[in-house]
Design a protein around this ligand. Structure first.
Ligand SMILES: *Cc1c(COP(=O)(O)O)cnc(C)c1O
Length: 436
């Protein structure tokens, strides 16, 4: 697979280069030059394949020239070692649970696959890869747990003191091995500034092979296509062939992967991009004007994004043609009050506890059905995180129903460790140089 930049379609880089650069110099995003169709026979018989088998088929269609078959198979079996069940709520409504990985969020698919791809490309005696991440909570957990124990890599995570939830702190500080957690006496922005300055520092770059492993990395997008294909297989097994997906969206990586799956040949009737009041994309689809805004805090805080970083990938997939995009993608926004009402409605109707992000995707399906009463497709809304990660949002009677998964309870008995640093760059730099 060769890739170009969305800012320069004549550029050609290898998949390995794109993975380690994350972003082209011209600040565009990497996109595949060719998006081959999966063979029609495979799609026709997809219900006979398991998630790892489907993942391998999709990945090899894109990456067969970059990673030999046996290595790719092993990499996928190691990375995608948890389930993604489409749970039936009624005859035509399903919730796709993407939170059965180690950090209880869909970002595990991307982080685990990316870490193993990086490690694979580093195996022939290349320099250790140092991943630096600033986190306000969720991304850090997925990256830490995604890289935990992965050879040739080391992760340093900076998080703001007192600003991450107890579960998130457990996920950041109980790892040991190749993961270091640093509690910064400052805000998330301070953490991010330290990391940015480190990437620009000559001495650090001379000593270490630094990467950000961030969410626009192409190796995070590819594994997120797997569960769209796998969901289609699950529905086909139940005799359902027409499917729409509703995706709770912030940076639009998740739905971007769904649309990549569509371009790879997955038959999907409609995608719904569901957002909170950070509604740059729904506004764009209504007005034709793309206007980013500073983000506003909401209950669905992983979607508090005013300038969605993956949107240019989606425009690129549709050759910048908004009309053809609008035939496939609908978008709705919901505020916090509606989100809470959605959580209660899902609980009452289906006795199911959905996290706030998930509830927004559910509300979007209801709205789509109101506007399109003739549409009889099965509707799947993506559940991007386990409800236990957002304990403060729920009314007490619903909170009482949330079961804490064993991935979390297993961490509670482990010793926690974080190094403490201030917000001065010299302190952080000395830490990196001297604690190697
Ligand atoms: C990251 C995240 C999202 C948003 O996903 P994007 O790919 O950024 O659109 C939604 N829900 C949860 C729980 C998340 O962690």
């Amino acid at each position: 697979m060769k890739l170009y930049s969305t800012n320069n379609k004549n550029l050609r880089v290898s998949f390995k280069e794109a993975v380690f650069n994350s972003m082209p110099q011209d600040k565009g995003l990497y996109m595949p030059v060719e998006i081959p169709h999966l063979d029609a026979d495979f799609i026709k018989n997809i219900e006979n394949f398991s998630l790892p088998e489907i993942a391998y088929k999709v990945a090899s269609t894109l990456l067969k020239d970059e990673i030999p078959a046996d290595d790719l198979k092993a990499l996928i079996d190691d990375a995608i070692n948890f389930e993604a069940p489409a749970v039936k709520l009624d005859d035509k409504t399903f919730v796709l649970e993407l939170f059965h990985g180690p950090s209880l969020a869909f970002k595990d698919f991307g982080a685990r696959f990316m870490s193993r791809v990086m490690s694979y490309f580093l195996k022939d005696g290349e320099q250790l890869l140092d991943v630096l991440v600033a986190t306000s909570g969720d991304t850090g957990g997925a990256v830490a747990l995604g890289f935990l124990g992965v050879p040739n890599t080391r992760v340093t995570i900076l998080y703001p003191e007192g600003k991450v939830s107890p579960i998130q702190e457990l996920q950041l500080t109980t790892n040991g091995q190749n993961i270091r957690a640093i509690e910064v006496k400052g805000t998330f922005d301070d953490c991010q500034a330290l990391v940015k300055q480190a990437f620009a520092d000559d001495e650090l770059n001379a000593n270490f092979r630094l990467t950000s492993a961030n969410s626009i990395n192409i190796s995070r997008l590819i594994p997120q296509t797997f569960y769209y294909f796998n969901t289609y297989a699950q529905l086909k097994r139940q005799g359902l062939n027409d499917v729409i997906f509703s995706v709770p969206s912030g940076n639009f990586g998740n739905i971007g992967a769904g649309l990549l799956a569509y371009k790879l040949g997955l038959p999907v009737k409609q995608f719904i991009a569901a957002t909170n009041i950070n509604d740059t994309v729904p506004r764009f689809l209504e007005t034709g004007v793309y206007e980013t805004k500073p983000s506003t805090q909401t209950y669905s805080n992983a979607m508090d994004v005013g300038a969605p970083s993956n949107w240019i990938r989606i425009m690129d997939l549709f050759d910048e043609d908004v009309e053809s995009l609008k035939k496939v993608v609908t978008s709705y926004r919901f505020n916090d009050e509606e989100t809470l009402a959605g959580i209660k409605e899902i609980d009452e109707q289906f006795d199911y506890v959905a996290c706030p992000h998930t509830a927004i995707a559910y509300l979007a399906i209801e709205k789509f059905r109101q506007e399109n009463p003739e549409d009889e497709s099965a509707a799947v809304f993506l559940s991007t995180a386990h409800a236990c990660k957002f304990p403060d949002i729920f009314p007490v009677d619903i909170a009482a129903k949330i079961e804490i998964p064993e991935q979390v309870t297993a961490l509670e008995s482990k010793p926690q460790h974080a190094d403490q640093l201030g917000i001065d760059f010299e302190g952080f730099k000395n830490y990196l140089l001297n604690k190697a």
